[in-house]
Design a protein around this ligand. Sequence first.
Ligand SMILES: [Zn+2]
Length: 400
Amino acid sequence: MAIQTLLAARLFDGTGDVEIQDAFIQIEDGKVKAVGRRADLGSASANARDLGDATILPGLVNMHTHLTLSGSMQCLHDALYDTYEIKMMRAVEHARQALESGVTTIRDCGTLNPIIFSIREASKAGLITAPHVWASGDVLTSTGGHCYFFGAECDTVDDVRKAVREQVKAGADFVKVMATGGGLTPNTNPREAQFDREAMRAIVEDSKRLGRHVAAHCHGTPGIYNAIDAEVRTIEHCSFMVPNGVKYEQEAADGIAEKGIYVCPTIGVGERARQHMEDQGIPNPFAATRHQRIDDMRKLVASGVKFVSGNDAGVTMTGFDDFQLDLELLVEHIGMSSADAIVTATGRAAEAIGSEEFGTLQPGRRADVLAVHGNALDDIGALRKIMVVMKSGEVVVDRT
Ligand SMILES: [Zn+2]
């Protein structure tokens, strides 16, 4: 395949260290061949495509999605009553939306095994327009526990070991466990743990043995402590819920930082629903805890906890084409620089997944490339002004 060369006013490589003005990127055989300054390109610049006042950066990695969930106000109803075929069609459509909005990799944190692993293979084979997929498939949850409708229900240490093995056998890239209940699922308790410490340890041990990471959904603080004790790879949400509300615990933050556990705060989840309810004058029980949650997330970052970004796409009013909202909120509310926010969805996301194949524009990595109008390092809003999306060197969106 011929070498493709793009030029732009700036390039950000996703590691957080490299920002090049008047930059080029060369792509060959679906991989990044080189990045550098245009001046160093010499005669090779003659065949280059100049994007002008644009930012070239790695394609985004959405670290938390559920491809079959509808994202509607009736998302639980849809999950329970959609036919299997409708779920599959939703997943195909959502995957397309994600890729066309600049998300070149999704880490799916819970979708029925046959659907998600088929989407992953169809994406690989080029049968559908979809990002690269890194998927857990069915989640490990307790009997009747959070998201049991796409879950492997398991309770005891023996159960959970078998569930891990069955998931790996089915094709799971990582293991997702619902360490606490969740808001979406009736008759679960988000504030309490769903598994005891022994079961959580067994999940992580057996996953490690099989070369898989564990992502733990944690709203309640008891679940957060269990996840820290078991040394999961990522904690999802990290909501610090206690029986009478929300209470940040520095001891937990320190434990997370010390063990190098990544937190995916899903910071934008509920944001569009909140805006919608405010516009309609509908009372919103979560509005009261919103400021506290933002404050807690700031404290986590200040404690040295490494954030990755995922928006929980598929849950109530949370879109697959709206992942940029999470990065905007990190800048607006947590006070991150645009560059740091982008790192949570590029270089650090790949690091949390444990891959050196994507996530940055270093030579040899997959050419998953995003180009946007303007300067995304000054203005995070520029991430929505998409010019080009490339997946493994192939142009899937071209709006130049
Ligand atoms: Zn989720």
